[in-house]
Design a protein around this ligand. Structure first.
Ligand code: 6PG
Length: 484
């Protein structure tokens, strides 16, 4: 029987790789004693045996786990999202007492977290949905952590999560994002931006490879060079590594032997679904999600393979100039994706009553998470200068960056179209940019169409009110006091 005196100040439930790494990270920090529990006890035994230095407090049952935690108890659930998480929440709710804290560290849908937080809070126990970004390496050495939940929970959790978070420029990559589901909401936006970032990088690679004929290892050198400038980021860094990798079995570049169908666990789709409900155009993120779906339609792609493309084979006249254009187009499109992501954060905060500090979010994304990058400092600076910024891309730094990149951006999108190269994220980001800056949009015609077939009315640019044209009659315009 394990010693059940309450020795641990934090517990982890679910000891697959992420959970084990998080437990090891917690145990490696001064002041933490970590209780560990896994439904199959072999995993618990294996972790304890493999890391005696961690001083883990193992539990064979949830009751033992609860008994080994000092009050207020705090436990982080690291099991699969959905039913497995619900099951563990139920078990801990039975074993814990009012004032204790249950943390869901998985990628849960934020609306599930809002529901769970309310249900668990009714028992007097705190429930926290915490986005944890950085994969297995981040969990072990320092993730970016985005906890929601109550201020009361943060009082206990804050120092513990701060002890394990990544550190960027001397600051821990963790902050109390906001109440109930705010943490998982912001993690979802992080993932949506991650999808856009990855798609843009993939399009840049594809354009350079097809336009210049350079090999993956040559393009790896280009990305490594880009990683020394404004595009510096974890995703650019690992892209160079992936492109440099040679497949041992064939001697071919690994990227050429990987099946070109992208998977997705769903968080990018959640970002887009939520944006549609909030009325936020996250076109770059959406195109990234759809590009993964399109890539995973082998039957349609095979059936379409013989459809005609550009008559001549496409190559660029000035490879070095084109590569620089692609770099600029990548940076401009990245700015659009982040601006759209932060727009969604603003809209979500308003919809769900969260007080989210956007500058702080950019700060905790500077390290530990998948989108970590120097670039995030520019976002923090932009919101520090103007917290009520109407759109990130209109901040002086980003306005200047877009102005400088605009010509190259257009050349790249034109080249992609002429070359028959799919670049949906580059093209949609440019279309979003042109849409936002247009003085008149064809939405006026859409309003006319809607009024014609549905009497949905329209407003005029020259006077107040709403109007309807009597399209089936003499086509006079009436003030649309009552048109239905
Ligand atoms: C992170 C990652 C991670 C992501 C998985 C699967 O922040 O550590 O975003 O949470 O969900 O790597 O991502 P896909 O949705 O691409 O499958």
């Amino acid at each position: 029987m394990a010693d059940t005196t309450a020795q641990a100040n934090i517990g982890v439930v679910g000891l697959a790789v992420m959970g084990s790494n998080l437990a090891r990270n917690l145990a490696s920090r001064e002041g933490n004693t970590v209780a560990v529990y896994n439904r199959s006890h072999e995993k618990t035994d294996a972790l304890v045996a493999a890391h005696p230095e961690a001083g883990f407090v193992p539990a064979a049952t949830v009751e033992e786990f609860a008994a080994s935690l000092s009050r207020p108890r705090a436990a982080i659930i690291m099991v699969k999202a959905g039913a497995p998480t619900d099951a563990v929440i139920e078990q801990l709710t039975q074993a814990f007492e009012p004032g204790d804290i249950i943390v869901d560290g998985g990628n849960a849908l934020f609306t599930d977290t809002i529901r769970r937080e309310a249900a668990v809070r009714a028992t007097g126990i705190n429930f926290v949905g915490a986005g944890i970004s950085g994969g297995e390496e981040g969990a072990l050495n320092g993730p970016s952590i985005m906890p929601g939940g109550s201020a009361e929970a943060w009082e206990t959790l804050g120092p513990i999560l701060t002890s394990i978070a990544a550190v960027a420029e001397g600051e821990p990559c963790v902050t109390h994002v906001g109440t109930d589901g705010a943490g998982h909401f912001v993690k979802m936006i992080h993932n949506g931006i991650e999808y856009a970032d990855m798609q843009l990088i993939a399009e840049a690679y594809d354009l350079i490879r097809r336009g210049t004929g350079k090999s993956p290892v040559e393009i790896a050198d280009i990305f490594a060079e880009w990683n020394t400038g404004e595009l510096e980021s974890y995703l650019i860094e690992i892209t160079a590594e992936v492109l440099r990798q040679v497949d041992a079995a064939t001697g071919q570049p690994l990227v050429d032997v990987i099946v070109d169908q992208a998977g997705a666990k769903g968080t990018g789709a959640w970002t887009v679904q939520t944006a549609l409900e909030l009325g936020i155009p996250v076109s770059g993120i959406a195109e990234a999600v759809f590009a993964r779906s399109l890539s995973s339609k082998p039957a349609q792609r095979a059936a379409a393979a013989d459809l005609p493309g550009p008559a001549e084979a496409w190559t660029v006249d000035d490879p070095d100039g084109f590569i620089e254009d692609v770099r600029q187009a990548l940076y401009a499109s990245k700015i659009i994706a982040y601006s759209q992501g932060f727009d969604e954060i603003v809209a979500g905060a308003e919809q769900y009553g969260w007080d989210i500090d956007k500058g702080e979010i950019a700060k905790i994304w500077r390290g530990g998470c998948i989108i970590r990058a120097q670039f995030l400092n520019r976002i923090t600076e932009a919101y520090a200068e103007d917290p009520s910024l109407v759109a990130l891309l209109t901040a002086p730094y980003f306005r200047d960056a877009l102005t400088g990149a605009e010509a190259a951006w257009r050349r790249v999108v034109i080249a992609a179209v002429q070359g028959g190269i799919p670049a949906p994220a580059f093209a949609s980001s440019l279309a979003y940019y042109d849409g936002l800056r247009a003085d008149r949009l064809p939405a006026a015609l859409i309003q006319g169409q809607r009024d014609f077939f549905g009497a949905h009315t329209y407003r005029r640019i020259d006077r107040e009110g709403t109007f309807h044209t009597l399209w089936s009659g003499d086509r006079t315009e009436v003030s649309a006091v009552d048109t239905h």
